[in-house]
Design a protein around this ligand. Sequence first.
Ligand SMILES: Nc1ncnc2c1ncn2[C@@H]1O[C@H](COP(=O)(O)OP(=O)(O)OP(=O)(O)O)[C@@H](O)[C@H]1O
Ligand SMILES: [Mg+2]
Length: 367
Amino acid sequence: MGFKCGIVGLPNVGKSTLFNALTKTAAAQAANYPFCTIEPNTGEVAVPDPRLKKIAQIASSKEVVPTRISFVDIAGLVRGASKGEGLGNQFLANIREVDAIVHVLRCFEDDDITHVEGRVDPVADAETVETELMLSDLESLERRTTQMRKRATGKDKEAQTLLPMMDEALKLLQDGKPVRLLLDGIAAEDLKILRSLNLLTSKPVLYVCNVAEGDAAEGNEHSAKVQEMAAAQGAKTVVISAAIEAEVAQLADEEAAEYLDAMGLEEPGLDRLIRAGYELLDLITFFTAGPKEARAWTVAKGSKAPQAAGVIHTDFERGFIRAQTIAYDDYVTLGGETAARDAGKARDEGKEYVVADGDVMLFKFNT
Ligand SMILES: Nc1ncnc2c1ncn2[C@@H]1O[C@H](COP(=O)(O)OP(=O)(O)OP(=O)(O)O)[C@@H](O)[C@H]1O
Ligand SMILES: [Mg+2]
């Protein structure tokens, strides 16, 4: 498995600072100069989910194990990256490997921190980066479609399946639009085809407004402009101060709560960001619960019960028989597995069952 969000943006906007906060490490070097990061940093992050704690309480579980997603801190892109400027090709290749993009935008004023364009304008920055991604896609698609067209005329099945999607993507890019516009309401089959093309602008995007410490609670005029831009695209925005988050991540729980309170914040911005990233990846959570542990697991939305079983162990998928399934609300309202079973709310689901977010599952399988 391993679903990955790539942290992308111009150089020196706070990507590594954010990554360190997310992973509660200092694994990535963060410093005040552009291109501090060259090699990508990857780290796993626990996905905060209050439902898990509830389930653990009800099941009197000894251990509580959250599910995890990965974040990848990628080097900054500059104007001309698609033509190889500033190691652009290498960095774009790093972006190709992630499933979704967390686009960090500098929304803080600070004369001491270099901005590669010499001014703070997050909307223009977003366009600069997006343009490079689109140019890179355009070039790669143009190259591939010429070949594909030949193969399609020669009755090549694969080419005939791929070509219509490639043409649609190409048309958007030629109009200066990202391919992710095709994602809206796309059929599962088409989504597979689109994903197989592995275009940079077909990945879902979420914008992070990195604001100054004092603006973390309310945002500022820069983040407001980003929110407007994002809303027009149907994209989400998270306002966060990477600088605060990096500090909070170093504190013990109690101190962190006090610090957040002083900043006028209810929860770490990171929690909001991780959840938004999780949604961006189109993932859902199911749970397993017992006296030993309560655990959250991740599957792609639309996955069936055997696939969910396979996340726990490949043997579970191979030998899948059925899954006792209790909806989260039933589990909590009724007070656990036994009570849910007594109330007839523990369903026996088979191979074709599509897992719902929050399902508490118990798999029966042959080995
Ligand atoms: N919200 C913020 N307010 C003030 N300074 C910040 C904020 N976020 C990050 N910084 C500072 O900006 C500088 C650049 O941060 P960082 O190294 O994380 O950027 P980056 O995007 O990873 O850069 P690169 O592309 O070069 O790897 C650091 O000095 C960091 O402390
Ligand atoms: Mg960096």
